[in-house]
Design a protein around this ligand. Structure first.
Ligand code: ATP
Length: 354
């Protein structure tokens, strides 16, 4: 096993820079997820680590080796792709054994490794089947089996669950996480799905437009997003963002455009006199008879919680209540806001002030 380091890594396609100086330290055994919107450069970064794309500038290290110029086969990594890339004319066993056969490993060793991987992945009974005779989840497991048998220093996953239906995605998410807990192989995983990132990663790297916006543990990013981009990207439903300023005389009051005062528990000097964005996660509002009046716009019960869009201080805000709510669109309710969980962002730079 080994850690992975990206040191000021850059990549341009022609004149067009797509990776603009990325630094990421991944520790030995860590499960790191690169997440960000389509086109932010996460697949390119993964492909550079795999050796499938050359590096314009900077350095990539696996363990203590600089791998910039090493061909993929010499990097001691195994990659699982979105489309699984299974050979249709080979059985499950042969698909899993293929890379070992290419490497001229002894037959007995190959059989042993395939047997162990099949056991771990619950594929033991399917070894003689062909890919077309498998379900999507089983194919995904074979693709992982192919990676496991190689016992690499690093696993790379490129959106491995995106071809599966929602229910299977949730199940495979847990399987991959369990697999990592068992093998503890350093893993770099790319997805655009922030829920996948939140639920699986030891550490999340949030990317946007070729740069790293923030790196941290899932709940660290959730509770302390560095800027508006991360705040809006991590969390579902998304954080509510309301523009305004602090009251000039009362820094515990955030004034919206229509003059509504929203609570701020921890005012900060840096926020005074600036255009701000008030960031409020949907779960930090409650139904409170002493709260602010808001008009119900949409109400969506899911059974165990109720989501609502309400009009508050001239803004539509999303609320999530862990209770059933008896209200109809058009009615006025009262919303309490937990000011201790409010964030203030500088509207101009996007940076979180607290
Ligand atoms: P997605 O989630 O859609 O896969 P991504 O974050 O993985 O997106 P990349 O595939 O890394 O994004 O692409 C980053 C940028 O580089 C995009 O603007 C893309 O158009 C561009 N790009 C990727 N590959 C090439 C290429 N071979 N030639 C030119 N531009 C490319």
């Amino acid at each position: 096993m080994a850690g992975v380091d990206f040191v000021d890594v850059r990549k341009s396609f022609g004149q067009f820079p797509v990776i603009k100086g990325v630094n990421i330290e991944i520790e030995d055994g860590e499960f790191v997820i690169l997440v960000g919107p389509s086109g932010c450069g996460k697949s390119t970064l993964l492909r550079m680590l795999a050796g499938l794309e050359n590096i314009t500038a900077g350095e990539i290290r696996i363990g203590d080796r600089v791998v910039n110029r090493l061909p993929p086969k010499d990097r001691d990594i195994a990659m699982v792709f979105q489309n699984y890339a299974l050979y249709p004319h080979m059985t499950v066993a042969d698909n899993m054994a293929f890379s070992l056969m290419l490497a001229n490993k002894p037959r007995a060793d190959i059989d042993k490794r395939v047997g162990v991987a099949a056991e771990i992945l619950g594929l033991a009974k399917l070894l003689d089947r062909y890919p077309r005779q498998l379900s999507g989840g089983q194919r995904q497991r074979v693709a992982m089996g192919r990676a496991i048998v190689r016992d690499p220093q690093v696993f790379l996953f490129d959106e491995p669950l995106s071809n599966l239906d929602a229910k299977l995605r949730v199940a495979m998410r847990a399987e991959i996480k369990e697999l990592h807990q068992r093998l503890k192989t350093t893993t770099v995983y790319v997805t655009h799905d922030q829920i996948e990132a939140m639920t699986m990663a030891d550490k999340i790297v949030v990317m946007h437009d070729g740069i790293v916006e923030q790196i941290g543990a899932p709940l660290e990013l959730y509770d302390h997003p560095a800027n508006l981009f991360v705040a809006g990207f991590i969390g579902s439903p998304a954080m509510n963002m309301i523009r305004g300023r602090l009251h000039p005389k009362d820094p515990t009051a955030f004034m919206t455009a229509d003059g509504t005062a929203l609570p701020v528990a921890r005012p900060t000097a840096a926020a005074r006199g600036r255009d701000l964005v008030y960031g409020l996660r949907p779960e930090y509002m409650s139904l409170d008879p002493n709260g602010l009046p808001a008009e119900v716009v949409v109400i969506e019960p899911t059974g165990y919680e109720t989501q609502m869009i309400a009009r508050l201080g001239g803004n539509d805000v999303t609320c999530v209540f862990r209770e059933r709510v008896n209200a109809k669109p058009g009615e006025t309710i009262r919303l309490g806001i937990d000011g201790a969980h409010v964030h203030l962002f500088d509207a101009e730079t996007g940076r979180r002030l607290f």
